[in-house]
Design a protein around this ligand. Structure first.
Ligand code: NAD
Length: 493
């Protein structure tokens, strides 16, 4: 891996300035729809991390004393700048990631919502007070910022995912170092241009590019107080264990395998279109993407199968910048080969390929697959256990609702799930018994809004405090408890 390119191509942002990475190795950033090389991503070093953390550490001393109402003014400016640049940001996302422009605009809007919610920090960060916890003694809590936090992001949402963290971190008085995915480093070059325009004091927000070396340096640096990670499960585990061993708070969001359960009383046409969109949206490269559609009963299975194969066959695949395209490419040749291999494994293990998205794609200019639909999937097949992260619908049949829930709950991943039904009691049972933390009822991608919190369970999440919303304030602050007694009986009054 690695090509040598002009190191100025993609720059770090440290101490309020654009600077060259100390990287000696670079990875090409490829537009997955065209295979055109867009830039060279520097694989930075611990030296870059040391510079960024040193700046963030110094900036923290002043920033933590800046009143919260002053801190959030930078976020109001950021929101306005982003609103004015939605289209440019969305096009940057599509070029380097491949998702359609409609999907990219949605992800920019989600990022803006995070900024909006973080402007509520004066309320979120309020402490508590209780008078007379004992005679003459009062007690209060203060939510204190802790110092430098680091964010490590995946490739699949070049803009949105880092916004789950940094606006909340800095609004609550911390400073931040972000490492985007080396596969999609370009959008954040634009985002930092906007951050600079807000006039944010130097060192409060820093950007460092790199891969494993930079991540390890962040996980072990003594002045980094906490780590926010989103990516695959093996790396989430590595970051959780390494960060914790070095005394840091960690929230590490990992991979997923999401089940969608269809009951016989579902509104079938809408359930199928919603489930299909969940699986193939962003070419399946979403941690909330549906994967296994478990149909309860033969009739339900037959109806879902016939409808979904027809609809999936009609999807237009192509460059996401082209407005009539409904599904873009996957991120790389490696991803394409891996997904093709998983489809093959299903066939080899006895599943039925109802629509083969591997066909008629190799003549297209980028890393394209068409939607695939695989029927008769059973629990022990590889494809039913591993995260696919590609546009592959898996159809399975069970006899009872209980069987569907039990299968899902045996899965090691536990991020999200959806139930398609019109039944209140079935919904109630599902919410009560399903393991995944983010549940949709007739909603294919139940992504919590910015003011709720985000994250799963089991191998989909390591940590205890989830991302964004009010919960994130607990992650980014230390709750000091002050217990007070005034000794003098007093005199002046
Ligand atoms: P990834 O784990 O390969 O990379 C994520 C980040 O970790 C990148 O910044 C990368 O540079 C770094 N990294 C990669 N290998 C590393 C290593 N060996 N040591 C240290 N750091 C390393 O993930 P990805 O392929 O970029 O993203 C896709 C994954 O992210 C999928 O599994 C998806 O489910 C997951 N994801 C999860 C959520 C969620 O909310 N749970 C959201 C989005 C994506």
């Amino acid at each position: 891996m690695g090509t040598t390119k002009n190191i100025e191509t993609i720059r770090d942002y440290i101490d309020g300035k654009w600077v060259a990475s100390t990287a000696k190795t670079f990875v090409p950033v490829i537009n997955p729809a065209t295979k055109q090389e867009l830039g060279a991503s520097p694989l930075g070093t611990s030296e870059d991390v040391n510079r960024a953390v040193a700046s963030a550490h110094i900036a923290f001393q002043e920033w933590k004393q800046t009143p919260v109402s002053d801190r959030i003014q930078f976020l109001f400016k950021m929101k306005n700048l982003m609103d004015a640049n939605v289209e440019e940001l969305a096009r940057a996302v599509t070029r380097e990631h491949g998702k359609t422009l409609v999907e990219a605009r949605g992800s920019v809007k989600r990022a803006i919502q995070m900024v909006e919610t973080a402007t509520g920090m004066p309320t979120f960060q309020m402490g508590e007070f209780l008078e007379d916890i004992a005679r003459g003694i009062d007690c209060n809590t203060i939510k204190k910022p802790m110092g430098v936090f680091a964010g490590i992001a995946p490739f699949n949402f070049p803009i949105m995912v880092p916004f789950w963290f940094w606006p909340f971190a800095i609004a609550s008085g911390n400073t931040f170092v972000l490492k985007p995915s080396e596969r999609v480093p370009l959008t954040f070059q634009l985002v930092f241009d906007l951050i600079e325009k807000t006039g944010l004091p130097k060192g409060v927000m820093n950007l460092v590019h790199g891969g494993k070396d930079v991540v390890t340096a962040l996980c072990t640096h003594p002045d980094v107080k906490g780590l926010c990670f989103v990516g695959s499960t093996p790396v989430a585990k590595y970051i959780y264990t390494t960060g914790a061993a070095h005394g840091k708070r960690v929230q590490a969001l990992g991979g997923a395998k999401n089940f969608m359960v269809v009951l016989p009383d579902a509104v079938m046409d809408k359930a199928v279109s919603t489930a299909l969109e969940s699986v193939i949206g962003c070419a399946g490269e979403r941690c909330l993407a549906g994967s296994v559609i478990v149909c309860v009963g033969d009739e339900t299975y037959k109806e879902v199968e016939s409808r979904i194969v027809r609809s999936a066959a009609d999807i237009t695949v192509g460059d996401g910048l082209d407005t009539h395209v409904q599904m873009g490419p996957v991120i790389s040749q490696e991803a394409k080969d891996r997904i093709k291999g998983l489809i093959q494994s299903a066939q080899d293990e006895g599943a039925k390929i109802l629509l083969d998205g591997r066909k008629d794609v190799d003549q297209l200019p980028g890393y394209f697959l068409k939607p695939s639909v695989i029927g008769n999937v059973t629990e022990n097949m590889r494809v039913a256990k591993e995260e696919i992260f590609g546009p592959v619908v898996l159809l399975a049949k069970v006899k009872t609702f209980d069987e569907a829930i039990a299968w899902m709950n045996r899965c090691n991943f536990s991020n999200t799930t959806t139930l398609f039904t019109q039944s209140g009691p079935a919904t109630r049972k599902f919410c009560n018994e399903a393991d995944p933390s983010m549940i949709g009822i007739n909603i294919g991608v139940p992504a919590p809004m910015s003011y709720f919190s985000f994250g799963g369970m089991k191998d989909s999440f390591y940590g205890d405090i989830k991302a964004h919303g009010a919960a994130s304030v607990d992650f980014f602050t230390d709750k000091k408890i002050v217990t007070t007694r005034w000794m003098a009986e007093s005199s002046v009054w």
